[in-house]
Ligand binder design. Structure first.
Ligand SMILES: [Zn+2]
Length: 496
């Protein structure tokens, strides 16, 4: 249990800020309340809060707070449910050394040191979410210590509410990330998949996560393994279609979803290819955590998600961040520069690497960034169109960032995600709904029904803005203060 010792220290350090519920009544007056789920905008709102939850929301300034109530004057301000990021990974820092399977820089910083830093920094990472108005997050996959992380977050005042999945059930292995508690586990047979689900169930995960990587077709003459084998981990053969290659891992997806649902656990799938996403939805996946990026979605796919009630998180920002980081073309937003962890951000400058230690993937990208940027553009041409199609069709879209991946900054990455959703053609109100009411649907258990909306009985998790986000989604980061669990924090005080 050595690996938990760091987290035990973190927990002890946080004990002084343990979750407190304020006593008495707080009343927020004179502001404009915006509830994106219902589309309601209430001018001159009176929001009453008792302890950790909302007790009433009324229109009309005539309401006079009772003597002894704590009154917050929100004149000229806009009050929304706290934002929810439904796709993050706390086992990754967002820095350059966090995915040695993507670029091996372990000779510059050993992965063990990176993981130790990530665990030590957890309280800081949690705070950065709150600073950005994000009061709940879904960590959709990491090592087994993710469950310890969830426990710490959920007993910490200056942290978002956290739901979590454990290790990713995958068609590929990532030995570079395995320090004894791997975040990604290769599963070769349906029975192994079922066993893994049963093992994870003991931790009461919020999701079982599948990493559905479709192998690329080898070029003719390049071989591939003999297809006589019926092993689901068989390699693709030349000439196989997308459907055939997606079918290789499908028996495991089938088994994992079936076993999870039997145990009343929901399943989230990473599937960026249309045929893998389609197969996942057909098998009953509850949540798709990325946009489809290889093809435009077709009518049958849209109909399938609608019929199955599958939720989709487009997770757009991450698609540009690996490439842009490696090509030295990372353009972090002002929010990321201001509220991201500066230590993490400083690692992202690839020109600071010792010249003899720069891996080929990075040196090539620096020398010629054009193909990298072209690739990103191609991906967005498809992903953004697909988002608009699904939104227009009434599919439940939940906002997410994949924060923690290289270049995707924990906390403020959500504001870049908003820009991309806007580029896709979503209105500010639609984006806000994806980030509150829709995102809340990805949370199960007791938390889901109590977040993401301004309504009596819900947790008093709020963001108070200085300008109207319905006019311009850029205003969503114009944060004056954040309320979590009924406690108000001036935004500027959170990272101090
Ligand atoms: Zn992810």
């Amino acid at each position: 249990m050595k690996r938990f010792s760091f987290l035990a220290l973190v927990a002890a350090a946080l004990a002084s800020s343990a979750l407190a519920t304020p006593s008495g009544t707080t009343v927020i007056v004179n502001g404009t309340a915006i509830d994106p789920g219902s589309g309601k905008v209430i001018p001159n709102a009176v929001i009453s809060i008792e302890g950790d939850h909302i007790t009433a929301i009324k229109e009309g300034g005539a309401e006079i707070p009772k003597k002894g109530d704590q009154v917050i004057d929100a004149r000229g301000k806009f009050i929304l449910p706290g934002y929810i990021d439904t796709h993050v990974h706390f086992f990754q820092s967002g820095g350059l050394f966090t995915r040695p399977d993507a670029v091996d820089l372990t000779s510059v910083r050993p992965y063990r040191d990176e993981v130790a830093m990530i665990k030590k920094n957890l309280p800081d990472t949690f705070k950065r979410y709150l600073r950005c108005g994000i009061t709940s997050v879904l960590d959709i996959g990491g090592p087994m210590w993710n469950f310890e992380m969830r426990k710490i977050a959920n007993s910490t005042a200056l942290a978002p509410r956290v739901a979590a999945a454990g290790p990713l059930i995958s068609s590929v292995s990532r030995p570079q990330l395995d320090l004894g508690d791997p975040p990604i586990v290769k599963i070769d047979t349906p029975e192994q998949g079922r066993e893994m689900v049963r093992k994870l169930a003991a931790q009461k995960p919020d999701y079982i996560k599948i990493w559905y990587i479709v192998p690329v077709a080898p070029k003719p003459g390049e071989g591939g393994s003999s297809t006589a084998s019926i092993s689901p981990s068989a390699s693709p053969a030349p000439g196989q279609s997308d459907v055939e290659r997606a079918a290789i891992f499908r028996p495991i997806v089938h088994a994992v979803v079936e076993e999870s649902h039997k145990l009343k656990l929901r399943v989230a799938v990473h599937a960026t290819e249309l045929e893998a996403a389609r197969a996942s939805a057909e098998e009953g996946a509850d949540l798709l955590v990325h946009s489809v990026t290889d093809k435009l979605v077709d009518e049958a796919f849209v109909k399938l998600l609608k019929e199955k009630g599958t939720i989709l998180t487009p997770t757009l920002v991450v698609f540009e961040r690996y490439g842009r980081t490696f090509a030295h073309k990372l353009e972090l937003t002002p929010e990321e520069k201001a509220w991201g962890n500066p230590e993490v951000i400083s690692t992202l400058d690839v020109t600071k690497l010792p010249p003899d230690k720069i891996p080929e993937r990075i040196s090539k990208a620096i020398a010629n960034p054009v193909p990298v940027l072209d690739n990103i553009k191609k991906t967005y041409d498809i992903a953004l169109k697909n988002l608009k199609t699904l939104e227009d069709a009434g599919i439940t879209i939940a906002t997410g960032t994949d924060a923690g991946n290289i270049g995707t900054i924990h906390g403020p990455a959500i504001f870049r995600e908003f820009q991309l959703m806007r580029e896709a053609g979503l209105t500010p109100m639609q984006i806000l709904k994806c980030t509150t009411a829709n995102a809340a649907k990805t949370f199960g258990g007791e938390t889901g029904p109590k977040i993401g909306a301004l309504k009596p009985g819900n947790f008093a998790d709020l963001v108070i803005l200085k300008s109207n986000p319905v006019d311009d989604i850029a205003h969503a980061s114009d944060i004056e203060s954040v309320m979590k669990n009924g406690v108000l924090y001036p935004a500027d005080s959170i990272l101090k």
